[in-house]
Design a protein around this ligand. Structure first.
Ligand SMILES: Nc1ncnc2c1ncn2[C@@H]1O[C@H](COP(=O)(O)OP(=O)(O)OP(=O)(O)O)[C@@H](O)[C@H]1O
Length: 344
């Protein structure tokens, strides 16, 4: 009997913006053949990754690797929760929130080194209205955006950011009640994000203090804001300091119910779904094994904000003095605000 571990790579060919054509060759070159017997499958349709992963878990496969973004991870992760099969990640999505939190390198070759090292950690996951999530879920503006852009195809990240900011200036906040074990609090909110991982992806830290292993979800309520708040909010979103903004309320809970005045959309890991007026959200402690470096993102020193933003909009980090970085950030904010004003 072979002592090698069985590993299946599930490639989502439509995730992210880069071709996945070279992935099989890279795996053949890089994988530790003395440790793993591997196979590769490409998904044919949405939902296929979940089916392949569920079958792999039933067959006792050791590791199923998601070659895609957070949507692919969600499909695979939900099939592997509470099984002995671990999930690996080669980040190939547009946002890659979970991989970034887990400190998995964004370069496929380096992500394969992590798989070869084979360190397994156990993380929490969440459930909103029966849908498992691994990064974030929520209601309000981010759910609205996930619905609006769900079938808009691939577009440049700057255009996406610009469209999102533009929509944000006309979006009407709703009133929600958040119920926990000790009572109910009412908020007028632009969005409510329930976070297992700290970021949406692209290093946009919606819940900077969130941990994947504490058995709790970090809830971020963004209250109504004006155009003048946008520069500070966007700076703090990328600088992992959003929780310091006066428009933000945070709490940490194991289970909540969100009550809203009407049924509508919510999102789980960026995918939209329709739900009722009352949405139960809860965190399940230690439900998924993942192959990842021992230190996650919340154990590391924050990168500077410009690094995050330049990565988000697809430019190379600007290496210059701190003063000039701040000037550039100010310029970026002014540029976005000017373009938004023109469109408004
Ligand atoms: N062969 C396929 N054809 C069409 N859709 C697919 C196929 N395989 C997977 N999908 C769907 O593609 C969606 C997008 O994939 P994924 O989220 O991994 O990429 P992304 O959106 O680029 O990345 P991120 O979520 O990190 O921003 C997933 O929700 C998945 O259900």
């Amino acid at each position: 009997m072979s002592l090698k571990k069985k590993i299946i790579f599930i490639v989502n060919p439509i995730s992210g913006t880069h071709s996945k054509e070279t992935i099989p060759q890279l795996i053949e070159e890089k994988i530790d053949h003395s440790k793993y017997d591997y196979s590769i499958q490409r998904t044919q349709y949405a939902g296929h990754a979940s089916q392949i992963a569920a079958e792999a878990a039933r067959d006792g496969v050791d590791i199923v690797v998601a070659v895609g973004g957070d949507g692919t991870i969600n499909e695979i992760g939900r099939a592997l929760i509470h099984t002995r099969t671990a999930m690996g990640i080669i980040p190939c999505g547009s946002g890659n929130g979970l991989a970034r939190h887990l400190n998995i390198p964004m370069i496929a070759r380096k992500a394969l080194d992590v798989i070869n090292a084979g360190t397994v950690r156990t993380i929490d996951y969440g459930i909103i209205d029966g849908h498992p999530f691994f990064c974030t879920c929520g209601v309000g503006f981010d759910a609205f955006v996930s619905l609006k852009f769900s079938d808009s195809g691939k577009r440049g990240l700057l255009t996406y950011l610009e469209n999102t900011l533009h929509e944000s200036l006309t979006y009407q906040p709703e009133t929600y009640e958040i119920e926990n074990a000790s009572g109910t609090a009412r908020y007028k909110a632009f969005l409510i994000a329930c976070a297992n991982a700290s970021q949406y992806g692209n290093n946009a830290y919606i819940a900077p203090q969130a941990s994947l292993t504490d058995g709790m979800m970090d809830i971020t309520v963004l209250e109504p804001f004006t155009v003048l708040d946008v520069p500070a909010l966007s700076f703090q979103l990328f600088n992992r300091t959003l929780d310091q903004n006066s428009r933000i309320k945070t709490m940490r809970e194991k289970k909540i119910t969100i009550h809203r005045s009407q049924e509508g959309v919510f999102h789980f890991d960026g995918d939209p779904a329709q739900g009722g007026k009352n949405l139960e959200v809860e965190i399940i402690h230690q439900g998924l094994h993942v192959v990842a470096p021992l230190k996650g993102h919340n154990d590391t020193i924050p990168l500077n904000v410009l690094h995050h933003i330049t990565e988000f909009i697809g430019m190379r980090p600007i290496t210059s003095t701190i003063a000039s970085k701040h000037r550039q950030l100010l310029k970026l904010n002014q540029h976005i605000l000017r373009r938004l004003a023109k469109r408004g």
